[in-house]
Design a protein around this ligand. Sequence first.
Ligand SMILES: C[S@@+](CC[C@H](N)C(=O)[O-])C[C@H]1O[C@@H](n2cnc3c(N)ncnc32)[C@H](O)[C@@H]1O
Length: 206
Amino acid sequence: MKSWAIGINRTWGCVLSREDSLLMRAFGCPQGFLGKLGGLIMAGTNRKCAAWVIDLLDVQPNDKVLEIGFGPGVGIQLLASPAPAGYIAGVDRSKEMVAQATTRNKKAIESGRVDLRHGSVASLPFADNTFDKALAINSMQVWPDAVAGLREMRRVIRPGGEAALGFTPYSGQPSSGLAETLTAAGFAKARVVERDKNSCALAIKP
Ligand SMILES: C[S@@+](CC[C@H](N)C(=O)[O-])C[C@H]1O[C@@H](n2cnc3c(N)ncnc32)[C@H](O)[C@@H]1O
């Protein structure tokens, strides 16, 4: 690769091509003008996948649910409706996405039903066994350490609770190996389902 095409991304601690770096700023960890644009695009294109994954999780009215990497907050908005008496929390490492998702979910945040935080899956700001369910859509593929992130996700889910990892084809995440990754992180009964080129890996915290 030519040197002009290489940028060192210190945040991610890896070497990225210029094209990859632009994609990261728009979608991977949205920031600046590209991040604003990326948020608008994701809000339109990923809604159907988010609705499908939430449906698979069978969210109940009193459920406590965590979404990691909520991006523009469409999934959070969809989650707040089947859990009107529950608690929906979210963590995202992009300040731009926290801002967009906060605007999108303003009323639910003011009512205390939705709680959005800036942070990383590497260290979730919640106690052990807090959530009935947790999900991440188009996010795990950009975490620096997927298994470590999933272990942290498992920590905050209660025993018997469920995790879901959804992916659209744009994520670039192959569905092969997803069940094994969840198992390596300590989850049980991992399975992968596919629909309309979207995939979702589901598993239970033993
Ligand atoms: C491709 S976007 C997907 C956004 C949204 N879930 C969707 O499908 O439209 C990936 C999201 O994961 C977030 N993210 C990336 N790495 C993260 C990490 N280590 N911890 C928490 N969030 C992360 C990004 O900031 C971004 O909002």
